[in-house]
Write a protein that binds this ligand. Structure first.
Ligand code: ATP
Length: 297
């Protein structure tokens, strides 16, 4: 019997994000290039004789009740399989919250994976992904991981060849952006054609393993809302480009910004500038990392 599991819930960035239309159910149809990155939350699962789901986290402002996505993930599978035992979930957040890095979705994905394993539910990865979309549009991708094209509301996934490796600097300004606010304020119909990223072109560039072309095609329509409202986003992108980034972009609905670097020295210099240097007032959190490709195990 498995009584304990330790899991890593990796964050993602969007190398490209386009919004096609608003649907009648309130969701938006999107086309996104997703990429897992090397920063993660740590999740520990303890099987308990006492029934129920208990959540504990290192961030006092996060909910520990059914509003936490890890709680929802455990409940979805445990209720479905009529599990009698309980579970204690310890969540250590390292990913920035409300940041456009799918932290909550990735935590939920890791718990779905872990509960399936702990209670020997026998669900396939595809079945876990089908369950996951009930919690959030990005959850199926967080189960899949790697480089992928994401369509529909985010649940239609096409795996792509792994991105050529490079160095990644990620910085989050000290503002919180609600995903809902950004989508509600996006005027998708009013966007000029050049404001839409060339998703098909990026897919081709990834298939050709051409990092320079990928970098040239970074684009996110949600910047028209978030970066317009918060100039700090462009300021961080400028710092990264001045330090040698091939290019920089806001991830998801923001406000997190990432820059792609071929030279480790330049990536380190950008990271240090944003973390400790003259630009440290722009970024509340900064990370130096790379793309992540391994599967959940
Ligand atoms: P996305 O990239 O999918 O838009 P995000 O990075 O913008 O995600 P998250 O950090 O995933 O945002 O979630 C932020 C919101 O979700 C907060 O309001 C927070 O209270 C709630 N939440 C629920 N569960 C979690 C969790 N496990 N981790 C972080 N936030 C959570």
């Amino acid at each position: 019997m498995i009584t304990y599991l330790k899991l890593k819930a990796y964050g993602k960035i969007n190398l490209a994000l386009d919004v096609l239309r608003k649907r009648e159910d309130g969701y938006h149809d999107v086309r996104m290039i997703m990429q897992t990155v090397g920063i993660y939350d740590q999740i520990e699962l303890h099987r308990t004789v006492k029934p129920g789901i208990a959540v504990e986290t290192n961030l006092s402002y996060l909910p520990v009740n059914e509003n936490n996505l890890v709680h929802q993930a455990a409940k979805l599978l445990m209720d479905g399989a009529r599990i009698q035992d309980g579970i204690h979930i310890q969540l250590k957040k390292f990913l920035p919250v409300s940041a456009g890095m799918a932290g909550g979705s990735s935590d939920a994905a890791a718990v779905l994976f872990g509960v399936n394993k702990m209670f020997r539910l026998g669900l396939s990865k595809e079945q876990l992904m089908e369950q996951g979309v009930k919690i959030g549009a990005d959850v199926p991708y967080c189960i899949l991981r790697g480089t992928a094209l994401s369509e529909g509301i985010g649940e239609k996934l096409t795996p792509l060849p792994p991105m050529p490796q490079c160095h990644l600097v990620i910085a989050k300004p000290g503002i919180n952006v609600s995903t809902r606010y950004v989508y509600e304020n996006l005027q998708a119909d009013a966007l000029r054609p050049e404001q839409h990223p060339d998703i098909n072109g990026m897919v081709d560039a990834i298939r050709q393993q051409d990092l320079i072309q990928v970098a040239g095609k970074l684009g996110n329509v949600l910047e028209t809302v978030t970066a317009k409202k918060y100039p700090v986003i462009e300021e961080i992108k400028d710092v990264m480009r001045k330090k040698g980034a091939l290019n920089a972009l806001m991830s998801g609905s923001g406000p997190t910004v990432f820059g792609l670097f071929t030279e480790l020295g330049q990536a380190k210099a950008a990271y240090e500038e944003l973390r400790y240097g003259p630009s440290s007032d722009l970024a509340k959190q900064a990370y130096l990392t790379s793309f992540f490709h391994a599967q959940q195990s």
